[in-house]
Design a protein around this ligand. Structure first.
Ligand code: PGA
Ligand code: ZN
Length: 403
């Protein structure tokens, strides 16, 4: 039973304010802190910001905190709903309290923050170098356990640091919003070449695959992609050229996942690419964790996987509904942190609970990123300690929900 709910303004990993919620129940007090994106899609639920430029550059969330204290909290207490069993009804109540399609009245940050235990969770707009593509990832598919995968990831990360120092000097190892390095490179193949070398030095060639999230909505306008948008001169590409670039990268590097290769409004390019796509094709900004767009993407055959970011849609129930709809189309679901994160580790449990098989939480660096990896190692240890069979998804990450 909920006794009271208290909101507060706290910091996210970029030093911007975000919403923290304490939920006081008959079984104790539970705290959640909401993350925030930088490469946000237009279809996402609205994050309510104060807009008062005299404090925190207008990024305060006092209005959302006030909504928790005056609207959301009292309504939940009065409802008598149980936080342990009535999640769907709680989310339904929150949705109706807001009453808008994109949660603009109360703010998706406020709504998400009220969930007990469960709060959500580098190039491009995540760093200051000239790399247009936002994320270049490594996936230790050849590990035998989650804990071993963490070891492999950390060892490659440390080798990568050495490779970057050797090539660009010690001042090049500064990191971006998601804990990854941001060396002075601008082309996707340069990043992938650095990874190939680091993986080889760590002794894991063949056991670690790669993934890319160009976050291309950030550099798309009027049918043209500018992958040099952070460089001194533009590099304007038609969708067909970008498609050719992806096909060549897929041929030359062990890439297993491609997220947002095309912009959130460029549905035609997605569908064309997906006609012959050997890898997991993940919709982030394209889908915004929203059943409406998941349905549209299935109807148009635009992708084969959904990125799950709870605060793109605003409630856990709607996010789970979107995940279940994606599963019903035989897609996979990929759980994600946000670039502006908090130390809340809920998405680790969510990924396990929904059997998504994979999650992304940045580099093995920065407290708010490793909180999720540490939690997943705890879950693995807990399961093993209870004698449970504990399978690491590894190369089966796309089909984990079927086990
Ligand atoms: P965001 O980036 O949190 O800035 O939206 C994460 C992503 O694009 O996957
Ligand atoms: Zn993305």
């Amino acid at each position: 039973m909920i006794r009271s709910i208290q909101g507060a303004q706290r910091l996210d990993s970029r030093g911007h304010l975000t919403v923290q919620v304490d939920l006081i129940t008959d079984r104790g007090t539970f705290r959640a802190i909401v993350p925030s994106g930088a490469s946000t899609g237009a279809k996402e639920a609205i994050e309510l910001r104060d807009g008062d430029s005299s404090a925190y550059g207008g990024k305060g969330v006092q209005k959302a905190v006030t909504n928790i204290g005056l609207v959301i909290g009292p309504a939940l207490v009065q409802s008598g709903l149980k936080v342990y069993t009535d999640q769907k009804m709680i989310d339904c109540l929150l949705k109706h309290l807001d009453g808008t399609e994109n949660k603009s009245k109360l703010g998706a940050n406020a709504i998400l923050g009220v969930m007990p235990f469960f709060d959500v969770l580098n190039g491009g707009v995540h760093s200051g170098n000239k790399m247009g593509f936002q994320e270049t990832m490594i996936a230790p598919v050849g590990a035998s356990s989650f804990t071993q995968a963490v070891r492999m990831g950390c060892e490659v990360y440390q080798q990568l640091k050495k490779v970057i120092i050797e090539k660009f000097g010690p001042s090049a190892i500064g990191i971006g919003d998601e804990g990854g390095f941001a060396p002075p490179i601008s082309q996707p193949h340069e990043g992938l070449d650095l990874l190939v070398e680091a993986v080889s030095l760590a002794g894991y060639t063949g056991r670690i695959k790669f993934a890319l999230d160009p976050a291309s909505t950030e550099f798309y306008s009027d049918g043209i992609y500018d992958i040099g948008f952070k460089d001194d001169k533009p590099s304007l590409q038609k969708p067909k050229h970008l498609t050719d670039l992806y096909r060549s990268l897929l041929q030359n590097y062990p890439i297993v996942l491609l997220e947002d290769p095309f912009a959130e409004t460029d549905w035609g390019s997605w569908a064309e690419f997906n006609k012959e796509c050997p890898v997991e094709l993940v919709g982030d900004d394209l889908l915004a964790t929203n059943t409406k767009y998941v349905q549209k993407a299935n109807d148009t055959r635009a992708c084969n996987s959904m990125l799950l970011k709870i605060n793109q849609i605003g409630t856990i129930s709607e996010a789970i509904e979107a995940a279940n709809l994606a599963y019903s189309f035989d897609w996979s679901v990929f759980v994600s942190h946000r670039s502006g994160e908090t130390t809340d580790d809920f998405i680790a449990d969510l990924a396990v609970g929904l059997r998504t098989g994979h999650l992304k939480s940045g580099a093995p660096c920065r407290g708010e990123r490793i909180a999720k990896y540490n939690r997943l190692m705890d879950i693995e240890a807990d399961l093993l300690g209870k004698g449970e069979e504990c399978l690491y998804a590894g190369s089966q990450f796309r089909v984990a929900s079927k086990y």
